[in-house]
Design a protein around this ligand. Sequence first.
Ligand code: NAD
Length: 280
Amino acid sequence: MDQNSETNPEFKTIGLIGCGAIGGRVARFIQSELKQQASLTALFDVVETSARDLLQSLQEPGCQLCTSFQDLISSVDLVIEAASPAVSAEIAEACQRAGKDVIIMSVGGLLDKESLWEQAGSGKGRIYVPSGAIAGIDCVHAAAVANIESVQITTRKPPKGLAGAPYLVENNISLNDLQEERVVFQGSAREAVKGFPKNINVSALLSLAGLGPDKTTVRIITSPEYTRNSHEIKVVGDFGEVTTRTENVPDPSNPRTSYLAALSVCALLKKMLGPIRLGT
Ligand SMILES: NC(=O)c1ccc[n+]([C@@H]2O[C@H](COP(=O)([O-])OP(=O)(O)OC[C@H]3O[C@@H](n4cnc5c(N)ncnc54)[C@H](O)[C@@H]3O)[C@@H](O)[C@H]2O)c1
């Protein structure tokens, strides 16, 4: 079914902050699939050549490079953040101040920012967080209307998908010569996001949708045998129980990121722009 037969009048211009694996895919999707409804008009990346390379590959006359994320926010109707958890809360706050809607991919950066949720208004300045690399967020939302008892997530990634994580560095955990499967982390979503800020955004989103970052339990497992990023979620509540398992293909240009994460932004954009909203 074509969900894009009408234009959402709320936004016509889109700006992208972060022109890496996710940003590049989303930019090409907007250009090829959403051109009737909206345009990508602004790009910003802290590494200027990344934004310039993307701009060149798009060959989009109406799109320009910005010199800061603040400039970008002021020039568009909708902002997409696909940059870093170190800056996502600052971007979300700036969008709220400017009354601009924003899609946040680096959701781990929002966990300690309760004020953001309190200030989120019902009009412009809304924060959207796509389901990213996991399945089941719709169910957690529905379950949270009643009582949820427990939420667990087990993430499995190949060693290169966890490389450089602060938790591994601080605990002198080397995965270079790993011969077998190993549980590298067990703890709360809040601790997981601190220890693996670039690898475990999904647990941050799951915790925000369900029991919060301190009551959501996270396990991270790796093995030299793994070729995919998988996420297994178990939720128990008044509704019953649900288990989902997502087997993700890593994005070739960033093995920490799953291909599905970029697809989820594209799907959200389609939903925001279309007249029909399927799913919770
Ligand atoms: N929610 C999810 O399910 C999910 C899944 C995967 C990745 N992510 C997150 O999405 C973000 C993008 O992922 P990716 O795979 O495209 O990463 P990437 O490393 O391929 O690209 C990130 C880009 O952002 C740029 N950047 C970094 N800091 C910046 C800043 N302060 N301002 C502007 N640009 C900046 C980098 O130069 C790079 O070009 C990451 O934070 C990642 O952790 C979320």
